[in-house]
Design a protein around this ligand. Structure first.
Ligand code: ZN
Length: 276
């Protein structure tokens, strides 16, 4: 499941191909993804110029010059593929549609194809606000995220710290993988009660949230250079993690075994001796 850095990477990868381009045709190869496509999707997007791409939480926003915005969420398995004269030189020919190419957006000589085998993705349009964005919390890189904000939000919250950080209405875009990594760097137990956070620990969490996400976005940028230019595919990339998916492997700090525990239906990876 893509988290904020993956969506940011996709956004940065797509922007140069999309911004300032007119949508010459939008082809919907099925009725919908997780939800049915809105009836006016095609007519609202076709003919419009994409003025700007934006990421908000884990959503991609295509701002159009006709006051509509197209919202995309990659769900579990969504990805975009870009094909134009430049990528075609690597392919030698334009690749054909596959079974899971559900949406094709033509931007003059560039084609943007949305592929999603599991179809948990979302594609919608809106003008002023979208219900999925209404309760989204602060962006990690915005001025809205700071120690006092986390401290205030955590008062009276006896929920485990991991669940608190996953709450999208507090900080936008954090998912299971990066929360495990943020807690490890912060030396904080995923089971600690959010209410017990000190202001200093909130400062540490703020800084490490930005550090972990920045490093992942940087890794994403290099994976774009490695892969997107060749295959034209944008979606996922792998990272080196400290604790995530490293059960029974040595903690990078103390060499004791990383533990995997179930927490809120998801796997939590942490070091018992480093994280208190
Ligand atoms: Zn350790």
């Amino acid at each position: 499941m893509p988290e904020l850095p993956e969506v940011e990477t996709v956004m940065r990868g797509l922007a140069p191909f999309c911004e300032g381009k007119r949508v010459t045709r939008l082809t919907l190869n099925r009725e919908g993804l997780r939800f049915p496509f809105p009836p006016r999707l095609k007519e609202s997007v076709e003919g419009a110029i994409i003025t700007r791409l934006e990421r908000r939480a884990k959503y991609l926003l295509f701002h159009l010059d006709n006051s509509w915005t197209m919202l995309s969420h990659l769900g579990m398995s969504g990805s975009f593929r870009v094909e134009n004269a430049a990528t075609a030189t690597f392919h030698h020919e334009r690749s054909r549609l596959t079974a899971h190419d559900h949406v094709v957006m033509e931007l003059g000589d560039t084609t943007l194809t949305y592929n999603d085998p599991r179809r948990f993705g979302v594609l919608d349009i809106f003008k002023d606000h979208h219900k999925m964005l209404d309760n989204v919390g602060v962006e990690p890189f915005s001025n809205g995220l700071h120690a006092a904000y986390i401290h205030e939000k955590s008062r009276g919250r006896k929920t485990p710290l991991k669940n608190f950080l996953l709450d999208q209405s507090i900080i936008a875009g954090l998912g299971n993988i990066y929360v495990c990594e943020i807690l490890f760097l912060s030396k904080l137990s995923p089971f600690k009660s959010a209410n017990d956070l000190t202001l200093h620990e909130c400062e540490t969490l703020t800084n490490n949230t930005r550090t972990v996400l920045s490093l992942a976005i940087e890794a994403g940028g290099s994976s774009l250079k490695d892969h997107a230019g060749v295959t034209g595919e944008l979606g996922y990339f792998s990272h080196k993690f400290n604790v995530y998916d490293r059960e029974n492997m040595p903690c990078p700090a103390c060499k004791r075994c990383i533990i995997r525990a179930k927490q809120g239906g998801r796997s939590t990876f942490y070091c018992e001796s480093c994280q208190k």
